[in-house]
Structure formats: structure tokens, C-alpha cells
Design a protein around this ligand. Sequence first.
Ligand code: DAR
Length: 372
Amino acid sequence: MVSPSADVNSSDQILNKISAIRTAHPGNLMARHFNAEYFNALDQSRRDRLLEIVRTGIENPDSQMGAYARHAGDYEDFNPLFEPMIRDQHNIPHDREIVQTHDWSAATSTCNLESINAALTEVSMRVRVGRNLADFPLPGAMTKQHRLDFEALMIPAFTVLQNDPLFGGQYLSLTPGSAHLIEEDAYQHRVAAHQMFKNMDNDPYLNSAGISSDWPHGRGMYISGQQDFMIWVGEEDQLRIMTIKPGGDLAALFSRLHDGVRKFADLLPPFAQSPCYGYVTSCPTNLGTAMRASLHLPLPNLTQGGKDLGPVQEAASGLGLAVRGVGGEHSDAGEGGVVDISPRARLGITESGVMQCLYDGAAALWTLENAG
Ligand code: DAR
């Protein structure tokens, strides 16, 4: 891509490229909402900053969002770029104020998949939140030293967790030379077990955004002894805090995450939060609660035995759900048509609302699956 600090002609080249992407890839929300007049009115310094934010969506035209924030203030500094994209992604109409409130209270209620069907007792369930410290740049703009300093800042907090009766565990670092270094074979085993994140160097979207730079320095994972509570360090957000377990009791899963997030947050400096966008994350898709809650549901009829996700994605969209394969983004359905379903909205909805949307969506898809 043309280097940011180029002259007006290269700006025209960039604008023409974005216009071509808008036509060829209508799902690229950055290209869909990019405003040439707004861009041309910026001074060179802010044009350069903005072009780094959207570099991923230009270099990867098939992007869903096509932009990652690089500093917590980017969402306010470049709101004319971000707001239309955020409203589109989170389905927030222009006449509704964007405001984020937090409510985990339903996590103390009953929300058990067994109420949908007695067979749903060993469902793979996962819920995670992204968090970034206000004192550091977001991962796309972190230097190698930032990444090492951030990881070093987490170690004392992990030491406290290790001695906690409910969250005791260990920290496994990928940083060469770390006292907590995990060997390559053990790391690959943890990736295969869906506990640790994959080598970020293999993700072109993250590469373009600088989020995967200096891999694997400053990356690692804290995992509880029960293997059901994990904290990723240095992935797409500085922190991804998650609970994962088979079962059906969604409320218990959420409640454990809430307890873990509060306990860990009390050990750290403040998280980056936006007045209207809630918890600040690298990707606009994760703003607000910064929560992704998902479960794996066997839907062999709706997916033609896992061969075609199209029909179930269409049905799920009407329920406010996204559907993907069981191996993460851009993956295929698992054996027997098992798919990963999760609420799309994360902003303008509370944590309890996310859990309820997931439960109600799973019930509706289960009914559709078994209607024939
Ligand atoms: N691949 C990027 C991000 C899409 C949403 N998923 C995240 N944030 N992991 C894209 O714009 O397609």
C-alpha cells in the first residue's frame, strides 16, 4: 500500500483503491463508510494516523470491519470514520444514542441449556471479554518494549491469582528467555486443546494492523488449575479473559467469568473505557461489553451435515446471532454439523443481555433444527 506520508496524488490512489474495494467487497464496513471529503479535510499527520487504522481493510479487501484502533482515543479522534461503521456493525440506528451500561446480574439467575432439551448437558460453552490498559497503546501500536513491559506488569497479578483458592493456576509465556516459558510442543498441545491462541503471524488482518508484530514476544496465557479460566496476554487485545467448559449452565459460566474479571481487575491499573463505546478494544466489533459468548450446537439438518453454513447463518442473523465453524474465524463446521453460535451485538447491550440473547438464540435454532 502507498506509504501514508505521500502527496495528494497518492491520496487519490488510496481513495480510488477504497472505492474499488467498496464495489468489489460490499461487506467491508470500512470501505462502505469511508468518507473522502472527511479524509481530504484532515492534516497530513491525522491522514497518516487514519491510514494506519484502515491499512488492514485496504490490504485485505475481504475484511468484515477493515479497521483496528491503535490508541484508545482513536474512537473519539476519528469518530466520523468509526461511528457509521460501529452503528452498522452493532445495528444501532442513527436516531439512537450510543451508550453502554454494564449488568452481569442475570449471571446469578438460572439459564441452563437443559431447559431447551435434556440432551444439552455437555455443550462446549465459552465466554470472554477483551480488556486494554489505559496506560498503554492498543496492540497495533505497541512496540516490542511495550509488549515486554506489559507482560512484566501482569506477572505480579498472576502471582496473586496463583494463590487464590478459586483461580489458582500458572502463567505460560511465549517470550523467549522468560522464566515462565512454555516449550513449543506444549504450546502446540494447548493450541490444539483450544486453550492458547494460534501463531498470530499467520493472520494477514492482524499483520497489516501491526497487532501481530514482534511475535511471540510479550505473549502468553494464565490458566487456572481447573483448566476453565484463562487470561490471554498480547493477542488482538492486550488481555482476553475467558471461561470455558462443557455443560449447559450458562449462568454459572458467566458468574465464574464475572468473579475472575473483578478479582483480576482489582490487581491492575485502570482499563481503557470510552464515554459511549464502553470497554475500548482493537476491533470495533468488540466494543461495549467487549464480550463474545458462544456455544457449540449440533445442527446437522440446518447445515446439511456441516457442508453448508449459509442457511443456518441466515436463520441465525434474524436472531442476532453469528454462526461460524468450530475452529475459530473462517473455519468449517465440526463433525455432525456442530457450529459455533454467538450474539453479534456487544455494544449497546449488557452482559446479561448477551447471555439471554445466546440462550434464546440457541433455543430458537434447536427448534428449527428439529422441526422437520
Ligand atoms: N478480521 C477482521 C476482524 C473481524 C472481527 N473479528 C475479530 N475482531 N477478531 C476483519 O475486519 O475482517
